[in-house]
Design a protein around this ligand. Structure first.
Ligand SMILES: O=C(O)CCC(=O)C(=O)O
Ligand SMILES: [Fe+2]
Length: 336
């Protein structure tokens, strides 16, 4: 893969709408949304959704409350340290702690999720990603309700993406929703702050792929780019207020026999302002038996094309989705 730093142009990071390589926009209110979504995912592994039905006030409220959270003093933020939450992985992550590519990242974060009380069977069983949230209720009481409203609306949207994808792949509408048990998805929301990079060598989030099915992102500025392996270019994500960025994760790549690639991506904030992004990681139910999807024969034929299959196997090698069997829970405990 080309190093993205060698492809950097003056427009990179500015979300240049005239760039020939940018992630396609899919208007979810139009009848051709299923086919556009599938084409975008097959080409880029990602798309920018507009008219998705998530109230724009939910996005803008949570983006500004997240910004307010990160401007709190360090001592206050550290009282919510993610380490205190154990396997639930909910709380504050200071800058420099997480790394996607082994290099120091500028990002700081607060992980939150749907509320699960102490009596929830998965909390009692110490299931990863289930457990109490750590919200700054005293200093920022609005953050909890804004995050919970946003999680609910975006989780619904994730299910809708599944339906559109089923239709676009020529399958009955409910196929993917049922295959991944999306009445009971595993979700986690990251609230992330990316200070200005100042140098192009300092990524906010280093190059990586996402593990699960979809990552669904609202952001208040540009800075995100996806790698297209076939063309060998970075595709910039245009910043359209009110839009929602979505990308395929490794599990959906594998479940679609490699037809929808999980794209390497990174965040590089070259603007002089801090960028806030709120990705929701949308995964199957914990109890899903994950198997490759029953795609129509024509698509299975395309996926079996030797060149395409070899590229897919290269992507899967060394990831937890390489061996596609067992419950979703087991995937997380394998190398991811
Ligand atoms: O901040 C973003 O826009 C996305 C971050 C990301 O890629 C991730 O957390 O997996
Ligand atoms: Fe990611």
């Amino acid at each position: 893969m080309l190093d993205f730093l060698s492809t950097i142009g003056p427009e990179l990071g500015a979300g240049d709408l005239s760039s020939p390589y940018r992630i396609p926009i899919v208007d979810l209110s139009l009848p051709d949304a299923p086919s556009r979504l599938v084409t975008a995912c097959r080409t880029w592994g990602s798309f920018v959704a507009i008219n998705g039905g998530v109230p724009t006030s939910y996005q803008s409220d949570l983006l500004s409350l997240a910004r307010a959270f990160f401007s709190l003093d360090n001592a206050t933020k550290r009282t919510l340290d993610v380490g205190q939450s154990g396997v639930a992985w909910r709380g504050y992550v200071p800058p420099g702690v997480e790394s996607m590519d082994g290099k120091m990242e500028l990002k700081e974060g607060l992980y939150v999720g749907p509320e699960h009380g102490p009596e929830h069977p998965r909390v009692k069983a110490s299931t990863p990603f289930y457990g109490p949230n750590q919200f700054p209720d005293t200093t920022l009481p609005g953050l909890r309700p804004a995050a919970l409203n946003y999680i609910e609306a975006v989780t619904d949207l994730g299910g809708r993406f599944m339906d559109l994808l089923s239709i676009g792949l020529g399958l009955p509408t409910q196929t993917l929703r049922e295959a991944f048990k999306h009445d009971d998805p595993v979700t986690l929301l990251g609230l992330f702050s990316y200070p200005p990079a100042r140098k192009v060598t300092k990524t906010g989030t280093g190059e990586h792929t996402d593990y699960g099915l979809w990552t669904i992102i609202s952001a208040d500025a540009s800075g995100m780019a996806y790698w297209n392996e076939e063309v060998g270019v970075w595709g910039e994500v245009p910043h359209i207020p009110g839009s929602i960025i979505c990308n395929v994760g490794d599990l959906l790549d594998r479940a679609t026999h490699g037809l929808l690639p999980s794209p390497p991506h990174r965040v590089l904030n070259l603007s002089p302002h801090t960028r806030i992004a709120i990705p929701l990681f949308f995964d199957p139910s914990w109890s899903t038996e994950v198997t490759p999807l029953p795609l129509p024969p024509s698509l299975l034929g395309e996926a079996a094309d030797p060149k395409r299959r070899a590229a897919a196997e290269k992507r899967w090698a060394g990831t937890s989705v390489g061996e596609m069997k067992g419950k979703y829970a087991a995937f997380l405990t394998r190398n991811g």
